[in-house]
Design a binder for this molecule. Sequence first.
Ligand code: SF4
Length: 435
Amino acid sequence: MTYTTQMDAARQGIVTKEMKAVAAYEQMEEQQLLQFVAKGQICIPCNKKHTSITPYGIGSMLRTKINVNLGISRDCKDMDMEMEKVKRAVDMGAESIMDLSSYGDTRVFRQRLTRECPAVIGTVPIYDAVVYYHKALKEITAQEWLDIVRMHAEDGVDFMTIHCGLNRHTAQRFKENKRLMNIVSRGGSIMFAWMEMTGQENPFYEYYDEVLDICRQYDVTMSLGDACRPGCLEDGTDIAQIEELVTLGELTRRAWEKDVQVMIEGPGHMPMNQIAANMEIQKTICKGAPFYVLGPIVTDIAPGYDHITSAIGGAIAAAAGASFLCYVTPAEHLRLPNVDDVKEGIIATKIAAHAADIAKGVKGAMDWDHKMDQARKKLDWEAMFELAIDPKKARRYREEAKPEKEDTCSMCGNFCAVKNTNRILDGEIVSIFDE
Ligand code: SF4
């Protein structure tokens, strides 16, 4: 039996080895998973050439997955150091790495990633085209933009963010309906500038069928980019954002007609009270295609703490149906993240994803919490450290303020409610003051 993409296989009733792995990990029946993949409501991004991959499914009924952005840049060009960051991110639970390299020979790093890294690998070919062609933006031809997509597919990239939705019509609506922060998507701003300077249609929109043919050949999942994602609370759910989303809905249908898997990228900055409605609008317009959210950042006043502002938004979004969260680090809006920022960003995003999975009732999601609760009840500190999302930090905090009594902590000491209640229920005397 032959098939092109995971979606094509599912539509033919073929359970692939990737589907088997995903079903086992998610504790889902294979046939049930197959139905969701066939409908496009779960995607399994796995390029046929990415042989080192551990495949993951992305869909609102599965565990929420997280993405970490890394890559070579002018300020951080040590490839081995960047690979070390990738390894640490995967060890900390990132299911996906987006390679946003923007300096030097980006292909070498990309190929190394798909050769060695088990995470799902994503890229943004628009960034890479600017680096690769070494010429003025407006000199890049439509064919050259498409050639970069093919190159990334050949290199084994599992999903690509492509800003197809910002076509000339959307660009016109964006210009007519003023917004505070204009375009904050890097890829979106590049494509908008190219369209304005050349007067041409977005080549990824105009030649969308060619893009889909490439994706189908290698089984690259399209991550339909949100060039008009709001960059501040005031722009949340505005005309440009919704106009682009409607186009993404049409492009989703066209991709599915060619068995190409799709994700939809989403906001952005947005007040908390708009997030659930946005998830509903996306699900309706894009027929339940997995939603990949970049935040949402729920307040604009916290530079240095945007891993928190985005974790709040990410948790609400995932509980309301988003499937995939892009991490945000404390360095967001300030500088390139360092190793500590990457760690803080991953942990905040993992917490958001996990909290949402509990709220959604994802099978087995609360087991981890249950184990922690049992350890807490027994005041079993070693077990608590082992179960903590950041064991080193939990251990360090306790060691920094050792309690007088080893079985309690320095918060309440002899007043330890857990210890005293355990003792009373065991029939012991509790006196507190003379202990
Ligand atoms: S001392 Fe207080 S905070 Fe610490 S474990 Fe006991 S009840 Fe909890």
